[in-house]
Design a protein around this ligand. Structure first.
Ligand code: SAM
Length: 309
């Protein structure tokens, strides 16, 4: 990844690799752009450049800029909204264990997301940042694009909307319902994230952003497939979530749920609740079977269906 992409991705400064291909001017322009939204990150990048004695011909600008940022601290890290670019690549094959990227697929797939990256929960929702389960679901979507072709897709608990945005970018399903239980998140953050990715939603758009509180709000009856990422984090929600999945299965054959395994008891409880309601649940992908992955916690994708198929 070149340095500009690394900066867009907000890669931790200790891990930044400064390539010689990017000119200082390119780097400088990028830093000035990021400074508008995340001055603290720029301060840390400049400090790293100084520590590594890079760009020796341009130290005046680097030092001057660093000095102007000396007073910037990360005290507002929990409320700061940043714009993060996530990069995805197609894998070479569809194997469960191979994670080799297809370097010949030179098309760079990226999704930009406004989010509060340091936030775990606010205003009663965990949807203001992107969670690892959604990154794995994005990878899965890329490897299985055909599943979504000409389909009506429903995403539950979409949070920042990253999975639906990626899906719209690579496959453009017939219709996509992008939903979350938090109406403020839907009307503000979700709308902004679609705009940030230049995905237009006019009146005839196939993209429908709406509030859908599990087992309370109406499920669209024309859906073909359901997706959801990191919506299995709280066992007290399983009854309503699983009732909602059961209702979805009266309209469509499968739900694909990507779950981070933080606690085996919670995972077991999700599995047993689906079974209790007469649904089949099958593990179809998991990160800890892969030869290598950048994701930290194990993530599993479950295929949930009504009858054995
Ligand atoms: C951990 S976040 C995951 C967000 C996103 N899918 C991701 O992986 O980045 C869980 C999401 O589920 C939503 N949620 C929680 N309870 C819900 C409910 N009862 N009905 C609908 N959405 C709910 C939250 O608002 C939040 O956006």
């Amino acid at each position: 990844m070149n340095i500009v992409d690394q900066l867009y991705a907000r890669r931790p400064v200790e891990a930044l690799v400064f390539d010689s291909e990017a000119s200082f001017e390119t780097l400088r322009d990028q830093l000035l752009e990021i400074k508008k939204i995340n001055a603290y990150y720029v301060k840390k990048v400049l400090k790293r450049i100084i520590d590594l004695s890079l760009y020796a011909d341009d130290t005046d600008w680097i030092y001057d800029e660093y000095v102007t940022l000396l007073n910037v601290t990360d005290k507002d890290q929990y409320s700061r909204i940043d714009s993060i670019r996530y990069f995805f690549k197609r894998r070479k094959n569809n194997s469960d264990t191979q994670y080799e990227y297809d370097d010949n697929a030179n098309e760079k797939i990226s999704v930009d997301i406004y989010e509060k990256p340091n936030l775990i929960s606010a205003s009663g929702t965990t949807g203001f940042r992107t969670w690892e389960a959604s990154l794995f679901l994005c990878e899965y979507i890329l490897q299985n694009e055909a599943l979504f072709k000409d389909q009506n897709v429903l995403e539950l608990g979409c949070g920042t909307g990253i999975c639906s945005i990626l899906l719209q970018k690579v496959q453009s399903p017939k219709r996509i319902y992008v939903t979350d239980g938090d109406s403020e998140l839907v009307t503000n953050q979700l709308v902004r994230n679609f705009e940030l990715n230049k995905i237009s939603r006019n009146n005839n758009s196939n993209i429908i952003l709406q509030r859908l509180w599990w087992n309370e709000d109406k499920i669209p009856n024309d859906i073909d497939i359901v997706i959801g990422a990191d919506i299995t984090f709280d066992a007290s929600l399983f009854d309503s979530l699983c009732q909602c999945l059961l209702e979805c299965l009266t309209y469509c054959p499968i739900c694909l749920i990507s779950a981070t395994i933080r606690n085996q008891d919670t995972t077991d409880s999700f599995i047993s609740t689906t079974k209790k309601l007469g649904m089949n649940i099958e593990e179809i992908a998991r990160t800890d079977k892969l030869e290598s992955t950048a994701l930290l916690a194990p993530v599993v994708i479950y295929k949930i269906s009504k009858t054995n198929r």
